[in-house]
Design a protein around this ligand. Structure first.
Ligand code: PLP
Length: 285
């Protein structure tokens, strides 16, 4: 079956889903995206993703092309039309296609809204059991990383470097401290059992999974510190892990070839993953 995509009001076969070469997403990366996980045909933590979509769009002065309620309806219809059980729904909003290529915002141009789904068994992904190796790269991104912009070239290069090194993720470093992963938030568990992840600011994307995991950890009386950490601190930690919508909680077992903790997924990481999955199932829509 040809997968079904959504493009500006229509559900169409993915192979026929097209936008203009003048679309500002294509010409300027002038757009915002979101990725929500799907478990058993239901959206995970979607309200958090839609709230971040609205915020990111506001930060680039782009109007919501549809109400958040309508966007969720479209996400659900796309899941149903694709008979998607487990995976992700990708959505992107751009400032649309003008008649030429002017940098300043065009007037009277409709934003583009597209969506497509990808199947993925997030719960049973092999790396959920084995954990992943991480490499470090300099963080060469712009200074508004809190906006979920489709301008992802720095992350493309970081993740390609990781792939070439046989690693699953790249942790980006700025001023000697970890900002975040190429497509995930970075956490460590210190030797005295404090969960540490960088505080939200313009230096990182405010991860939806990060937010949920922090709340779940605090509800369970785990000590949490939101502050930057270095690779030296991560290598002396008990455990390390990454969070994202498409991974949930994923153990990090080595950094630049050096083991973290025992070099295996740690018990707290595994427990937080289970707790997150319980939360995800209980709140899915
Ligand atoms: N940080 C970056 C740079 C990301 O690209 C992502 C996800 O794509 C995340 C963090 C994790 O965010 P979330 O948990 O909302 O998927």
């Amino acid at each position: 079956m040809d997968p079904i995509a959504y493009v500006n009001g229509s559900f169409v076969p993915l192979s026929e889903a097209k936008v203009s070469i003048l679309d500002r997403g294509f010409l300027f990366a002038d757009g915002i995206y979101e990725v929500s996980a799907v478990l058993d045909g239901k959206l995970i933590d979607n309200a958090s993703h839609l709230a971040r979509l609205q915020r990111s769009l506001g930060e680039i002065a782009l109007e919501l092309p549809e109400s958040l309620e309508r966007i969720e309806e479209i996400q659900k219809e796309l899941i149903a039309r694709n008979e998607l059980t487990n995976g992700t729904v990708y959505l992107e909003v751009t400032r649309g296609a003008d008649r030429g290529r002017d940098f300043a915002f065009p007037k009277g141009v409709r934003p583009t809204l597209i969506m497509f789904t990808s199947a993925k068994d997030i719960i049973n992904a092999p790396s959920a059991k084995t954990g992943v190796a991480v490499i470090t790269v300099p963080d060469i991104r712009w200074t508004r990383r809190d906006i979920k912009s489709v301008a992802l070239l720095a992350q493309v290069l970081a993740k390609q470097a990781a792939a070439e090194a046989g690693a699953g993720e790249a942790w980006m470093i700025e001023n000697g401290l970890v900002t975040e992963g190429g497509s995930s938030s970075a956490f460590i568990l210190t030797q005295d059992d404090v969960l540490v992840t960088r505080h939200n600011s313009n230096e990182i994307l405010p991860g939806c999974t990060r937010k949920a995991v922090l709340k779940l950890a605090e509800e369970r009386q785990l000590r949490v510190e939101e502050r930057p950490f270095s690779i030296a601190e991560a290598l002396s930690a008990k455990e390390a892990f990454a969070t994202s919508a498409s991974l949930f909680v994923q153990a990090v077992i080595s950094i630049d070839g050096k083991p973290v903790g025992t070099g295996n997924p740690g018990p707290m990481t595994q427990r937080l993953r289970e707790i997150y999955v319980e939360f995800a199932r209980a709140t899915a829509v």
